[in-house]
Design a protein around this ligand. Structure first.
Ligand SMILES: Cc1ncc(COP(=O)(O)O)c(C=O)c1O
Length: 398
């Protein structure tokens, strides 16, 4: 199964979906009173409560959530937005589709944005930073928030891969001015396709809502327009009722999903022997990691690559359109060497999947939340064997 929420789809998702089918109200505006009757509105409210965010807008994908978040913050033509070179291509595409210029920045050992490199790339045109909580791990949000505040920039959290994660006790997606999540099947919980954008300010929520609903105000209720709001044409990125009904059932299972994934991750970490020539990815807040992926970074690139090959896996630079050099959309900018530290870290890192199994993410190899201790021990032994037989005493890798 792709993600841990997908694996738990069952009776409650079915009965919520049947409730939708019983009325055939497939979109929120078929209700006389969407605020109180719609599953989409209920999903937004439940997410707001669960994550402690004042404003949530459910949309039809994580990509739509990113575009909605950026548009709500007023990002557009001529603006520069700093984004890591290690992320899914959607984080970069969302910026480009609004007419803004994505400025790629380095990651650090956590495999998330390096704050010092972000600061170095700020120009007079920079308007926002997109911090991506990659592979379930929180970015250094204190440092990024300070940089954003000191330079009057917006901070957007792309938490697509980290629903339910936290940073110093605050839910990911709520520390920035806006946050974006995906509910595709590879994510913590799923609606098939779907996403949600969070906003910390009503003004930005209003603009984001209007963007995903062809210029309509929240709830299509006229009259609460914030000062200075400029009407937008917007797009139709709305979440359908069926997706939201399934999402409500999945959200009820979030704590169980996180508990099971983190428990499996901890059992794997206990069984795993990390060699002296490698280390576990450091964390900005280990308690807030969703636990979906364990990353091991080797000292030597060749050692990592040989180990990955023996496991039938790959190093993270080979994870499709999650690495800027593989994103053909970037044209000339898709060249190794543009972000040397990112290249180096990803070439030396292997992901072991725990809750999310996605070959495109380099995390196709590993365990799953229901793995028994024997299965986990077998994977740990296979890993240890691959590590040992991939290194040579002389330091060369035959
Ligand atoms: C970091 C990141 N951002 C954005 C997205 C886009 O989400 P979606 O596939 O729902 O459009 C993804 C999905 O893979 C992602 O991993």
């Amino acid at each position: 199964m792709p993600g841990p929420g997908y694996d738990k789809i069952g009776q409650s998702e079915r009965s919520n979906a049947e409730d939708v089918l019983s009325t055939w109200a497939l979109t929120r505006y078929l209700f006389a009173d969407p605020e109180n009757q719609s599953w989409v509105r209920r999903f937004e409210t439940n997410i707001s409560v669960r994550l402690d965010s004042p404003h949530a807008v459910a949309v039809n994908s994580g990509t739509s959530a990113l575009v909605t978040a950026l548009a709500g913050l007023g990002i557009g033509t001529g603006d520069e937005v700093i984004v890591p070179g290690y992320t899914y291509v959607a984080s970069i595409g969302a910026i480009a589709h609004l007419g803004a210029t994505p400025i790629l920045a380095e990651i650090n050992g956590t495999l998330t944005l390096d704050p010092a490199d972000v600061a170095a790339r700020i120009t007079s045109r920079t308007k926002a930073i997109v911090a991506v909580h990659m592979l379930g791990a929180p970015c250094d949000l204190d440092a990024l928030r300070t940089i954003a505040d000191d330079n009057s920039l917006a901070l957007v959290e792309d938490a697509a891969q980290s629903f339910g994660g936290s940073y110093k006790g605050r839910s990911l997606g709520t520390v920035g001015d806006a946050g974006a999540f995906s509910f595709n099947p590879y994510k913590v919980i799923t609606t098939g396709e779907g996403g949600v954008a969070l906003f910390s300010r009503y003004r930005d929520y209003y603009a984001g809502y209007a963007f995903q609903d062809q210029g309509w105000p929240p709830g299509r209720e006229l009259g609460n327009e914030p000062d200075g709001y400029k009407p937008t044409f917007g797009l139709n990125l709305r979440m359908p009722e069926l997706s939201a009904a399934i999402g409500c059932a999945q959200l009820d299972k979030l704590d169980e999903v996180l508990h099971e994934v983190r428990d499996a991750r901890d059992r794997l970490l206990e069984a795993l022997e990390v060699p002296a020539t490698a280390h576990l990815r450091p964390s900005n807040d280990a308690a807030g990691d969703t636990g979906n992926v364990v990353v091991i970074t080797f000292d030597e690139q060749a050692h990592a690559q040989r180990t990955a090959t023996k496991l039938g896996s790959k190093t993270l630079d080979d994870s499709g359109r999650h690495f800027y050099a593989n994103m053909i959309q970037l044209g000339d900018r898709a060249q190794r060497g543009a972000l040397p530290r990112t290249d180096d870290l990803l070439e030396r890192s292997i992901a072991l999947s725990v809750g999310v199994s996605d070959g495109h993410l380099g995390s196709g190899y590993g365990i799953h939340p229901n793995s028994t201790n024997d299965e986990i021990n077998a994977i740990a032994a296979e890993f240890a064997n691959a590590v040992a037989t991939s290194a040579t005493i002389s330091g060369s890798y035959a």
